[in-house]
Ligand binder design. Structure first.
Ligand SMILES: [Zn+2]
Length: 112
């Protein structure tokens, strides 16, 4: 039987299931590769929902900032230094921003 575990308090509780988005599938894939996947049904329980909303909103704000910063840096780099090095540097910035986004990732539930 699949256990349902709250991602905030990490207790076995019923709650609102997470949306299985790209990021969640990606994280699961990494865990499976590392052999640490627990294959639980991940939920947010009622007691933790307010807390979850705060974390999710923070992540949504952060991701907008990262995308904006990344886009501005890449455009500036490409416009100011029109050389192949700036293309490579832009790719590094994008990878860096993606890793930051991954670190601050907080999943969504169907209720938000
Ligand atoms: Zn909880």
């Amino acid at each position: 039987m699949v256990k349902s575990v709250c991602i905030i308090c990490e207790k076995e509780k019923d709650g609102e299931p997470l949306v299985n988005d790209y990021m969640l599938r990606f994280i699961r894939k990494i865990k499976q590769t590392l052999g640490v996947a627990r294959n639980n049904q991940l939920v947010v329980c009622n007691d933790c929902f307010a807390n979850h909303r705060k974390k999710r909103e923070k992540f949504e704000k952060t991701i907008v900032q990262y995308v904006a910063l990344g886009a501005i840096s890449v455009v500036l780099l490409l416009v100011l230094f029109m050389r192949w090095e700036s293309v490579i540097f832009s790719l590094l910035i994008i990878v860096f921003m993606l890793s930051l986004a991954l670190l601050s990732y907080h999943p969504a539930t169907k209720l938000g």
